[in-house]
Design a protein. Structure first.
Length: 381
C-alpha cells in the first residue's frame, strides 16, 4: 500500500497495521471511512436562491454539512430561504489515472404539487447532466455508477427545491461517494470503524452475524453460547435479556364466535438469551381484536369491510351506517391496531453497497409489537 514517510522526507511504501486499511487508487467517502469532514474541505460549495427579482449567491457557501453521527452529508438547514427556489450544490475535481467510474448513494425528497414537482436531485459530469431525479414516488435510498474517461473531471451534485409551508421538510442526503482509479497521495492508514483487517489490507472485512474475526488470520469464528455479534463487530457480547416487545411474537388462531387462541414464540431474528427466559403460557381462548374503522363485527365474530355507500367511524362497531342522501364514502383503509401484518402489506430490508455493515441479516423490516408495528433496535459493538 502506497504511503509517504513524511518524517524522513522520502517516498517509501509501508504496509498498514492490523485493523487499519488504505484504499490505494480509490477515493471514497462514506460512513465506513468516517471522513466526510475531509470531503467538505476539498469540494467547492455554492448556495443560490432564485426569486422574481433575480438570482443571488451566498457569500459563505455551506450548502451541505456533515450529519451528527458522521455517517453522511446533508443539506445545511441554515442555507434554506423560505418562499423562494433554493439551489444547493457542491463540486468535486478528480484526476483519473485510467478509465474508471464514480459511484454514489443518496436519498432525496420530491413532492408532487399542483404546479409540478418540488424537489429535484441532479448530478453532472463536466457540466453535462447525467442524472435528474424528481420522481415523487422514489424517495428511498438509491445508488448509481457512471463511467469516467481517463483525465480530469468536474463532478457536481445539485438539490433544488422551493421552500414553503407545503414543502417544509426538504431532504437530500449523500451516504457514499467513490471514484476510482485516481492519483491518491496516502499519508496514513485509516482505522477500521466496522470489521477488522490484517496487515497491509485495502479494506476491512466484516464477519457475518454471530461471528467475530480471529485476531491474526481474520478468519470468522462463531460466537460462544449465550453471546452474539452484530455484522461487522470485532468481538462478541453477552446476549441481551429477552424483551416481550422485540423478541416474542404472538401467533393467533382464526377468530370464531368472537374468540380465538394465541400461542407465543421467539422471533426468528431474535438474538436474546432464550435460556434465561420463559415464554408466556398459551391462551386457549381470548376475545378477538376490535375491528378497525371502516369495518364491523359480523355475526360470526369476524371483522368485515363496510360495503360501498356505508361507513363505520369507530372501532368494533356491530354494523355499518348507510350514508345519508347527498353524501358518499371515500375509499380508505384505517388501521387502529395490529395483530398481524395485513396480507397486502410488504416489508423488507435493503442493503446498499458501501454503506456501513449489512444489518439486513438480522433485520427483515417492520414487525408487530404491542398492537403496533416497529423495527428491531440495533446497537453496534
Amino acid at each position: 500500500v502506497l504511503g509517504v514517510d513524511v518524517n524522513k522526507m522520502q517516498t517509501r511504501c509501508f504496509k498498514c497495521p492490523s485493523n487499519t486499511y488504505s484504499l490505494g487508487k480509490t477515493l471514497r467517502y462514506s460512513a465506513d471511512d468516517q471522513n466526510w469532514d475531509n470531503f467538505l474541505n476539498v469540494v467547492l460549495q455554492r448556495c443560490s436562491w432564485i426569486s422574481g427579482v433575480g438570482i443571488w449567491n451566498s457569500k459563505k457557501s455551506e450548502s451541505f454539512v456533515v450529519s451528527e453521527d458522521k455517517s453522511k452529508i446533508v443539506i445545511n438547514p441554515e442555507a434554506i430561504k423560505e418562499n423562494t427556489w433554493n439551489v444547493l450544490e457542491f463540486k468535486l475535481n478528480v484526476n483519473l489515472l485510467e478509465d474508471g467510474k464514480v459511484t454514489f448513494a443518496y436519498k432525496k425528497t420530491s413532492k408532487k404539487m399542483s404546479t409540478g414537482t418540488n424537489g429535484r436531485f441532479a448530478f453532472e459530469i463536466d457540466n453535462i447532466n447525467v442524472l435528474q431525479d424528481e420522481d415523487p414516488t422514489q424517495n428511498t435510498l438509491q445508488s448509481f455508477s457512471f463511467y469516467l474517461q481517463k483525465g480530469i473531471h468536474d463532478l457536481q451534485w445539485f438539490y433544488s427545491f422551493r421552500a414553503s409551508k407545503n414543502f417544509s421538510t426538504p431532504l437530500a442526503e449523500i451516504f457514499m461517494i467513490e471514484v476510482t482509479p485516481v492519483q491518491n497521495t496516502i499519508l496514513s492508514c485509516t482505522p477500521c470503524v466496522f470489521g477488522a483487517s490484517t496487515e497491509g489490507s485495502s479494506m476491512c472485512k466484516s464477519c457475518p452475524f454471530n461471528h467475530y474475526p480471529e485476531e491474526k488470520t481474520m478468519k470468522c469464528i462463531e460466537c460462544p453460547a449465550n453471546s452474539v455479534a452484530y455484522p461487522g463487530s470485532k468481538s462478541c457480547i453477552p446476549r441481551p435479556v429477552c424483551s416481550k416487545i422485540y423478541d416474542i411474537i404472538p401467533i393467533y388462531g382464526p377468530c370464531k364466535q368472537g374468540k380465538r387462541t394465541v400461542k407465543y414464540e421467539f422471533r426468528k431474528e431474535s438474538i436474546c438469551n432464550k435460556n434465561t427466559f420463559v415464554l408466556p403460557s398459551n391462551l386457549p381462548e381470548i376475545e378477538c381484536e376490535t375491528c378497525n374503522p371502516g369495518s364491523f363485527l359480523d355475526s360470526t365474530g369476524i371483522c368485515s369491510t363496510c360495503k360501498e355507500g356505508e361507513f363505520s367511524s369507530s372501532i368494533n362497531e356491530k354494523q355499518c351506517t348507510v350514508c345519508s342522501p347527498g353524501k358518499f364514502t371515500t375509499k380508505a383503509e384505517v388501521f387502529a391496531n395490529f395483530k398481524e401484518l395485513p396480507s397486502f402489506f410488504e416489508t423488507s430490508c435493503e442493503k446498499v453497497e458501501g454503506i456501513m455493515e449489512d444489518l439486513c441479516s438480522i433485520n427483515k423490516g417492520w414487525i408487530i409489537a404491542n398492537k403496533g408495528i416497529t423495527v428491531l433496535p440495533y446497537t453496534p459493538t
